[in-house]
Design a protein around this ligand. Structure first.
Ligand code: FNR
Length: 188
């Protein structure tokens, strides 16, 4: 059966490098996997009152429902000020509540950080991993993926053209598919 991966992109920018890397990864998947972007741009900021009062905004409910169809989750994110952009943390927080309905619970995950700079978003990558522990996401430990100097890896159309990065990302996504099968085999 086809496994579905939801990809959460930590950037709302129309020309986002992170989205371009996510698209490259999607093209590398074997046919037994599908990957699509989970929309997070309409999510209002998390406020616990709405959950406590049983009046969550429609955007939160739609997001929580949409996450149910995915077998796994991939986070592709830039780094903002050495940490995770607010949009991705907001989506994580909304998905984590109500506590008993944590949408992330048990879904195998992986993290790719992307940066035009040389450090490859290391800070964002590891702050994200820290949150995923308490949400019970089994996050693939290796290969780690820090995509540095991303602007130099793409052609003028925004397509990944750097061969070494292509080879690396192919290994990364292959390992992730194995990780997903391993961590969902009890459920299927
Ligand atoms: C950045 N950027 C950035 N880059 C980085 O490598 N480390 C960092 O800490 C930061 N901090 C940061 C803060 C804020 C508020 C902005 C707007 C940007 C630069 C960032 O990596 C760059 O804008 C990317 O292009 C953003 O990713 P997308 O939108 O291309 O996916």
């Amino acid at each position: 059966m086809t496994k579905k991966i939801g990809v959460i992109i930590g950037s709302l920018r129309k020309d986002s490098f992170s989205r371009k890397i996510a698209k490259a990864l999607t093209r590398m998947l074997p046919s037994s996997f599908e990957m699509e972007e989970v929309e997070i741009d309409e999510l209002s900021m998390y406020n616990q009152d709405f959950d406590d009062e049983g009046t969550p905004p429609a955007s939160w409910t739609a997001f929580r429902d949409s996450m149910k169809k995915y077998d796994a989750v991939l986070f592709v994110t830039p780094e903002y000020n050495r940490s995770v952009p607010a949009v991705i943390k907001n989506a994580i927080d909304i998905g984590s509540r109500p506590y008993s309905e944590n949408v992330w619970n048990g879904k195998p995950g992986a993290v790719v950080s992307v940066s035009p700079g040389g450090l490859g978003g290391f800070g964002a990558n590891h702050h994200l991993r820290q949150a995923l522990v308490v949400l019970n996401v089994p996050v693939m430990p290796m290969p780690e993926s820090y995509i540095a100097n991303v602007a130099t890896l793409l052609d003028e159309k925004g397509t990944l053209r750097d061969e070494r990065t292509q080879e690396f990302l192919q290994k990364f996504i292959d390992a992730f598919t194995v990780w997903i099968v391993t961590h969902t085999s009890k459920k299927s």
